[in-house]
Ligand binder design. Sequence first.
Ligand code: GLN
Length: 531
Amino acid sequence: MKDAKYIFVTGGVVSSLGKGIISSSIGRLLQSCGYNVTIQKFDPYINIDPGTLNPYEHGECYVTEDGVETDLDLGHYERFTGIRTTVRNSVTTGKIYQAVIEKERRGDYLGKTIQVVPHITNEIKDRIKANAEGGEFDFIITEIGGTIGDIESAPFLEAIRQLRWELGRNAICIHLTYVPYLRAAGELKTKPTQHSVKELQSLGIQPDILILRTEKHLDQGILQKVASFCNVSPDCVVQSEDLPSIYEVPLNMHRQGLDRSILGRFGMADSASHKQSLAQWEEFVQKEKALHSSVTVGLVGKYDLQDAYKSIRESLHIAGIHAGKKVEIKFINSENLEPQFIEEALSGLDGVVICPGFGSRGIEGKIEAVRFTRTHNIPTFGICLGMQMMVIEFARNVLGLKGAHSSEIDPQTPHNVIDMMESQKALKNLGGTMRLGAYACELIPGSRVRGIYGQDVVKERHRHRYEFNNDYLHQFEQAGMRCTGRNPENDLVEIVEIPQMKWFIGTQFHPEYSSTVLRPHPLFMDFVKSL
Ligand code: GLN
């Protein structure tokens, strides 16, 4: 069995430097050298997973095929590299402590006092190495969330320090820092970087490679200076300048020889197949730069924050690039969508996405938005809660079912067209009632979605508790809203569409989680093409 190589990615100076993009770019570059990679995220916060975190705090919650609620960086990993992440790729302090405490209760530690070192750090090390089992991967990239100096990240850094000793030449550390530009002085400052590296060194970790985030181009002199102050060889200091698109980052890293430097640190040679395999990526970036015609898509949701609907935004953008259309996104807050404002808010849009979500805030605005797009034949894509809103709107305004609702929002509704399955109701713990991860969906022959996918059965990822209520199925079908995707095992409705309309499709699942740069999701492609 081959030995996996480990790459640890840490961040210093400030947060939000884009460690997720850098880790993803490194993954992409190593793939282009012919290697199998995986990328995992270790988050120092205490939540077991981000499932319960408010998107305003932490952005979107991303879901893996095996049904784990994770950090949105895993979305970048999958979009950049096309890999499929699993429960092993997302670990939090909460998960680590939970595992250690369970072991302690079981008596696994044989009467020992449980301590951060070695019990917590050993658990972290085991989790870092878990992806190496089976020998599938040449490289395991581990991104450590947070910033050097945070109290929470200390056990993770200690684990990395130990692992570097144990793994010898099979592990390297890449540190991402920030070089601020002081406008008043007209100078770029490397001092924060030096301090951040000193802090790492004081924890016993010498970075092998430094990546400097910067708004302005750094000249060779600055890179040399950082190299000599930080004990890093000059070819191992690269800069990550602000670029118009995150998808240019791997190419920018490649131009500076980051892939060569990484392989060099492991004593490996650069492979010859390299150029060719970045060609597709380059082509994608060229297309992105060449976009001229644009379409505007309204995103009807309740979180006015870029990261809250990250995968949807990226899926639209990526599909647009492949379709040769620049997709401009206009966020529309459904909380402010009173009927009298709908026309103003939604007119002029080429298409509308009704976003996923939980709870009652902004619900009526979403329903009103659907009424407008349905009655004005505006292409509409409803995702999860968005699909449920399509169903409710149709029930109220076409089927005439007054007060129709989801029992999530109105448990007393006379027409629970969206409801929880009986088997789920029996479960008391809310976490246990969520349908999470990939499930099969059978597409009805002759439907639009069957044509779009070009397949009879697809697998798509879920994250919801409520479902289309099949008691009403016949009425919907009779009146023109067709249920064209069904779960083959339990017959749950997965897709609704109105075939007469230009484009009106709702999915109970989240197609945005599986759209990648080189393999855009067919539904997003078709939606954008229709605009
Ligand atoms: N709140 C809805 C449900 O739980 C939809 C969830 C979502 O949009 N992810 O069924």
